[in-house]
Design a protein around this ligand. Structure first.
Ligand SMILES: [Zn+2]
Ligand SMILES: [Zn+2]
Length: 498
């Protein structure tokens, strides 16, 4: 008898004594508020909203999804009319969830759709159902967690939620609370197909576990991921976006096929398919997080995806603190994007430089050689505590160049930081000699590599030239046909979703 579960709440007396509910319409375990309201109103032949809400409350219920996070006035009105306590009503909504965001309500939040369409389809009320749960029910009803658009499975039966009616192909939706049509939770709203008999698919344990963690963590707003520790929900959403972006953005169908085949083999799950929904997304994430960071490396390699640092350029709208957390997670998982232990070892040099920022700037003002002046100004900014990235931007150079100057300074003192590398000292005559030597090679021989030129410069003149300069000499004066430059790979920026 399901009513017994809520017997305690039912005792609570209202001012005029609680109305006695027929046993068939008491809230059932884990039920969604909307489902209960529909069941409650069904025998009256009136839609739940006009039945239970006055004019004032109806104005607050303009959003058809209001029941996810109901206004206290609405809760009070429903409690008064039905005799069910406010706490029980609130427990059927997501009101206790920390920062209930649109992330939980946007259709297909983690599905491929999110990455390729500029705007979410704002058709809410899509739900998934567990046929096994419905067939166990004496009185069929919709569970609250089935209304999460990113939910993948039923945690009791470990089956994939069914989101599409197998008879008519329509997406399953929760009926509107303004609708007076008779509501039965176990029937398709379009064709009345019986949903409790739909065949079920089992989902991998890892998927059940990840979904359990996500739902459990939503109350506190923090998700515990065994490999990554505790992360807040906004960071988790951005991280999942970034990880799924590796899969969906600028990858070839063939690579994705190969990648999915690996997941299907590892998790022994059904084919993920290229039009993946949120359930497939949770499966992909569960696999990626399972053997972190190895699986992410496999993903990037199999999908021939760009490296994390470039991946992050897809998400220009992220708030800085979320971005820095995502970057820390992704870059620390990536051996050559991770900063070495002795990173910023030059920091001590610049911080303890006898010249202050102002003095470096004064020195720059008297400096006649342009490249020395530019370096003095950039170093002055870092000396004053400006981050290297910002100082590089002011100097209109890439950060790596400024890091090189700092490194040279820390190794050889301020003057070393101001000087250009020694290749600048190839005299005109020496350069001409190298050019003649390069141009004299027979054109049908193998193409030279730049280190051959660099070694020759050291051998002939004792001057080190960079690979970049050597390559430029070869390109310009070598007798070989020119390489056509490779077009830069496209980088799709993800659509903004909030
Ligand atoms: Zn179930
Ligand atoms: Zn149907």
């Amino acid at each position: 008898m399901p009513g017994e579960l809520f017997a305690v709440e039912l005792i609570e007396p209202g001012p005029a004594g609680p109305p006695v509910l027929p046993a068939s319409v008491v809230p059932l375990p884990e039920e969604a508020l909307a489902s209960w309201l529909l069941r409650y109103a069904a025998p009256f032949g009136i839609a739940p909203e006009p039945l239970l809400l006055g004019d004032a409350e109806a104005a607050l219920a303009a959003d058809p999804d209001w029941w996810r996070n109901p206004d206290p006035l609405i809760v009070a009105a429903i409690a008064g009319a039905t005799g069910i306590s406010a706490n029980v009503i609130l427990a059927m909504s997501f009101a206790s969830w920390c920062e209930l965001g649109r992330d939980d309500g946007v259709p297909d939040r983690f599905a491929r759709q999110r990455f390729i369409s500029p705007k979410p389809l704002l058709r809410a009320r899509h739900i998934g159902i567990c046929p096994a749960c419905l067939s166990d029910d004496e009185e069929p009803y919709i569970r609250r967690d089935w209304t999460l658009t990113w939910a993948a499975c039923c945690s009791i039966h470990r089956t994939a939620l069914v989101r599409v009616c197998p008879e008519c192909g329509g997406k399953l939706r929760l009926r509107s609370l303004k609708s007076r049509e008779f509501f039965t939770a176990d029937r398709c709203g379009r064709c009345s197909a019986h949903l409790a008999c739909v065949p079920v698919r089992l989902v991998p344990e890892a998927v059940v576990e990840l979904q359990r963690r996500l739902i459990q963590g939503r109350v506190a707003g923090e998700i515990v991921l065994p490999e990554l520790g505790v992360i807040s929900w906004p960071v988790a959403v951005a991280l999942f976006d970034a990880l799924l972006g590796i899969v969906w953005l600028d990858t070839r169908p063939k690579s994705r096929e190969q990648f999915f085949a690996r997941i299907e083999k590892d998790l022994c799950c059904d084919p993920l398919g290229d039009a993946a929904d949120s359930a497939a997304a949770i499966t992909i994430l569960a696999w990626m997080l399972e053997d972190w960071p190895n699986h992410m490396h496999v993903a990037t390699a199999t999908l021939r995806a760009v490296r994390p640092r470039r991946q992050m350029q897809r998400w220009p709208h992220l708030v800085p603190e979320v971005r820095s957390k995502i970057e820390r997670i992704l870059f620390s998982a990536w051996p050559d994007e991770r900063h070495p232990q002795n990173r910023a070892w030059w920091r001590e040099w610049i911080d303890t430089l006898p010249e202050t920022g102002a003095e470096l700037r004064r020195q720059a003002a008297c400096e006649r050689i342009p490249h020395r002046r530019a370096r003095l100004l950039a170093l002055a900014d870092v000396r004053d505590g400006m981050p290297v990235e910002a100082a590089a931007e002011v100097a209109q150079i890439i950060p790596r160049t400024l890091y090189n100057w700092l490194r040279h300074g820390a190794e050889g003192g301020l003057d070393a930081a101001l000087e250009r590398p020694r290749w600048e000292y190839l005299t005109e005559l020496q350069t001409k000699e190298l050019i003649d030597w390069i141009a004299a090679t027979p054109p049908n021989g193998p193409r030279w590599r730049c280190n051959r030129v660099a070694n020759e410069a050291v051998r002939r003149f004792g001057v080190e030239i960079t690979a970049h300069v050597a390559a430029r000499l070869l390109r310009r004066y070598g007798p070989w046909p020119r390489h056509r430059p490779k077009p830069k790979r496209r980088l799709t920026v993800a659509p903004v979703y909030d």
